[in-house]
Design a protein around this ligand. Structure first.
Ligand SMILES: [Fe+2]
Length: 336
C-alpha cells in the first residue's frame, strides 16, 4: 500500500541528530528518556514536518476511518546488533547502544497525543519491545515465532488492549517477502448478516491466552467472557483462539463460522515493512496477521527485527485504564 509520508534525507538526518542528543536509556530510565522526548516534541512540531504529519494521521483516522499508515525513510540507529535469538531481549540491553528508533517512536506518540503504554509482564514493562523470532518459541502459539501468524488483535485475551500498534523496521532482508496484512472491521461487517453482527456483539465468547503470555502467568489460560464485535466498529478476536464460551451454543458457533467466511471475503491491506519504515495500524479497528509470502532463506527471514510499541488512542483512554496500571507507573499495565 502507499506510504503516507516519506521523510527527506535531510529531515531524517536532522531528526537523528536531535534524537542522539537524548542521554537517557529507555530501558533503564524511561521517565528521563520520555521527558527529553516531550521537550523535543515541542520544538520538532514547529521546526519540522513531523507535527503536521502526526496531525494528518490523527485526522485521517477520525475523518476518513483509515487506520493504517506508513511512514518512510524514518530515523533509525546507524549501528544495530544482530540479535542473539536464544536471548534477544537481554542481548539487546547489552548490544544496542543508541536509541534513535525508540526516540522516534516516542516522539510520534507524543505528537499524536496518543500515549505509549507497556505491559508489566512483557520485558519487565519496557515500552519498546522487539518483534523477532525467538528460538525458544519455534513452533509455539505466539507472534514471537517465525512463519505465518493468524489474524488477530494483539492481546485479545487482555482487558486492556492497544488502540494502535507501531512497527519500525530495523533489520529487514529485502529478498524475503514477509508481509503484515490488515483487515478493517468495517470491511468484515460488509460480509456479515445483521443476525451474525448481533450475535457477535454478545458477551458469549472467550479467548485463549497465547504461549508467550502464559510463560509469565501460568494460571491465566483464558480471557474473561467478551463479545467479538465492540462499539464503534471495533473488534476483539484472535483466529483459532477466540471461541464460544459454551461449545454447544449453536447460534454462537454459526456466527463464528459466518465471521470466518466474511474474513475470507473482506478486503485486506498488505504491506511489507522495510528497513526504516514505520507501520502504524489499529489494533481494535481491525485484525492483522503476518504472512511469509516468499521466503527463500528462512534464516534471513528469522533475523527480521521490528521495534514495536503499543499506544492508546488519546489521553482519555489512558486515564480510563489507570486502575489496571502498576502503582509506580500509570502507563504500565498489569495482568491482574
Ligand atoms: Fe500482532
Amino acid at each position: 500500500m502507499n506510504t503516507f509520508y516519506t521523510f527527506t534525507d535531510k529531515e531524517r538526518q536532522n531528526l537523528t541528530t536531535a534524537l542522539l542528543r537524548n542521554p537517557h536509556n529507555p530501558y533503564s530510565d524511561y521517565p528521563s528518556f520520555k521527558d527529553f522526548i516531550d521537550t523535543l516534541a515541542v520544538s520538532a512540531a514547529f521546526e519540522t514536518n513531523l507535527g503536521k504529519v502526526c496531525n494528518d494521521i490523527v485526522s485521517d483516522r477520525k475523518d476518513n476511518g483509515n487506520h493504517v499508515h506508513i511512514l518512510g525513510n524514518c530515523p533509525i540507529d546507524l549501528e544495530l546488533p544482530q540479535l542473539d535469538l536464544d536471548n534477544p531481549v537481554s542481548h539487546k540491553y547489552e548490544a544496542k547502544l543508541t536509541f534513535v528508533g525508540e526516540g522516534f517512536m516516542a516522539l510520534i506518540s507524543q505528537l499524536q497525543r496518543a500515549p505509549l503504554f507497556s505491559y508489566e509482564s512483557r520485558n519487565d514493562g519496557d515500552y519498546f519491545t522487539d518483534l523477532v523470532s525467538f528460538n525458544k518459541f519455534k513452533g509455539k502459539k505466539t507472534g514471537f515465532t517465525d512463519g505465518d501468524l493468524i489474524y488477530h488483535s494483539d492481546r485479545s485475551y487482555h482487558p486492556v488492549r492497544a488502540d494502535y500498534v507501531s512497527l519500525l523496521g530495523l533489520h529487514v532482508s529485502e529478498n524475503e517477502l514477509i508481509y503484515t496484512n490488515y483487515m478493517d472491521t468495517k470491511e468484515i461487517k460488509k460480509h456479515l448478516s445483521a443476525s451474525a453482527i448481533e450475535t457477535l456483539s454478545k458477551d458469549i465468547f472467550e479467548t485463549e491466552v497465547d504461549d508467550r503470555s502464559k510463560e509469565n502467568n501460568m494460571a491465566w489460560s483464558s480471557s474473561a467472557v467478551h463479545s467479538i464485535l465492540l462499539n464503534d466498529d471495533q473488534i476483539r478476536y484472535q483466529d483459532t483462539f477466540t471461541r464460544p464460551l459454551d461449545i454447544n451454543n449453536l447460534e454462537a458457533t454459526q456466527a463464528l463460522l459466518e465471521l470466518k467466511h466474511a474474513m475470507s471475503k473482506a478486503a485486506k491491506l498488505r504491506h511489507m515493512v522495510m528497513k526504516g519504515e514505520m507501520l502504524i495500524f489499529g489494533n481494535q479497528t481491525g485484525i492483522h496477521n503476518r504472512e511469509w509470502i516468499d521466503v527463500k532463506d528462512a534464516d534471513a527471514g528469522r533475523k527480521r527485527w521490528l521495534l514495536k510499541t503499543y499506544s492508546f488512542e488519546n489521553i482519555d483512554k489512558a486515564t480510563k485504564y489507570k486502575s489496571w496500571a502498576t502503582k509506580e507507573d500509570s502507563l504500565c499495565i498489569r495482568d491482574n
